[in-house]
Design a protein around this ligand. Sequence first.
Ligand SMILES: [Zn+2]
Length: 181
Amino acid sequence: MWRIAGIVFFLGLMVAAGAAGQSGEDETETVRVEDSKGVVTYATDFSKAFGGGSLSAYRGDSKVEVPFERIAVLRTGRIVDSRMDVGLVLTTGRGLQVQLDRPEFESVYGGLTEFGNFRIRLAEVKSIEFSRRQKYDQSLGQRCPSAHIWYKETWRFCPYDGKALVPVKRSVPTTEEPRRR
Ligand SMILES: [Zn+2]
């Protein structure tokens, strides 16, 4: 009896460790989604609504599972014969052309926005850009493109204009800088 309890506990630990590793607790992710009507939405916690941390696709004759964490930009193309052309830019900077079958491009994706939940079918998406960043020094705050600075770590969007916030980086002095003598 105790032995079984021990094994269950051990399995529990492994699951917890795996989940923590996947969510990347020192990293946050914001996505910029442009839909087929040109409407842009910024969201966090964006993922496939029903499971799957990867994009199932065809690349030539092979089937590939591209983890979303390795995708920087996804652009959808035309649908011909129930296959959708998709252009990916990987986080390495390399481009990858793939095709999705109907169940994949009919998949619903969801995320959180400043105005609540957001859902969209991939077929209605024009592009998705993922931006990931390390956790930052909270005392420096976050800045929007219009230079408003905020100090709430949980905020992702500027309350004035709704633009995405980017952590302010501490300027690091380098030895490369010219020095006065
Ligand atoms: Zn702003």
